[in-house]
Write a protein that binds this ligand. Sequence first.
Ligand code: NAP
Ligand code: FER
Length: 339
Amino acid sequence: MTDGTNRAWTMAVRPEAEPSAETFAMTETAIPTAKHGEVLVRTLYMSLDPYMRGRMRVAKTYAASLQPGDVITGEVIAVVEQSESPIHKVGDTVRANIGWQEWAAIPAHEATPVNPDLGPVSTGVGILGMPGMTAFFGLNAVLMPKTGDTLVVSAASGAVGAIVGQLGKLQGCFVIGTAGSNEKCRYIVDELGFDAAINYKTQDISAELARLAPDGVNIFFDNVGGAVSDAVFENLTLHTRIAICGQISQYNDEETAQGPRNLMMLTRNRATVQGFLVYDYELDHDMAKARMSNWIKEGKLKYKEDVVDGFENAPEAFIGLLTGKNFGKLLVKVSEEIA
Ligand code: NAP
Ligand code: FER
């Protein structure tokens, strides 16, 4: 039960490189009450995602930067505890952008219902939420795979990458993933059915790609940038298509991003590079969620969650996300469904 306190994590100090414990501060306030048209929600799971690092820097982007003292941005899965709106009733499970906090009173229309028939509610911020939609639309709408294509995906054991590789297999691609440990590499091949994996920390990525894909890489779903991207660029083929989903290897660099360093490879191969954001395809998300939910139920699609227990552990978990400590979609479990 609650003691009436709402804990929140704020950005205390803007990080200059890797975030550290000093980046974050916990605040305690009274749990608010919902006013007319609002709902009071209690957080079950917080989603920790790489984009949050971007919000901590001063940058011109589609979303405003965090200022010192602001609650860290983020989506949560929550339960409605009080409703002053006909849109949601007490006990409903919803997804909401309330940031890293245990409770919030928000306009009812800012809480999105999570359909429990599609899967466990935590998947609403994972495979059936933002990361899953990123995989689905980045692959299908941007890269448009064809049967027989060789697909390379980086950060392949992660929330987005693991889904990209499996969707690629369902579409008849030869799928190679890169990941940062032998355990992650074994997982994507043995459990998820990827054709091959490269440990980018211990193997010569470019040489391995040349061996595994002697005719070159047809499509590349890039989550990391840096040295991994450079190695893939050395193994392109005619008309390779590249989707820039993210560049996590650069997120802790305050300097302006360097590279890519070998753009002539695009010229030689008449290759195409396209960046995209998951929000570009929002109108089609429900269709993709229904389809992916069926594939999960049919055993065609697997997902792994890395659930860290306890609201107080969010900063440490987030720091680990930027160094590969997570294994699967990173979530923080904040409270039980039944309080
Ligand atoms: P995730 O892959 O579950 O976790 C991040 C992983 O990145 C880590 O586990 C780590 O795996 C890898 N990593 C960390 N530092 C790295 C480095 N220096 N070099 C190479 N790999 C590194 O996270 P996610 O949520 O699925 O996000 C993956 C990417 O998608 C991120 O770049 C994110 O920004 C992007 N994204 C983009 C959109 C969009 O709309 N465009 C939406 C969602 C996510 P290893 O152990 O394998 O290194
Ligand atoms: C992400 C990385 C970057 C992401 C969004 C962005 C939703 C957007 C960056 C920008 O607009 O500058 O993982 O996920």
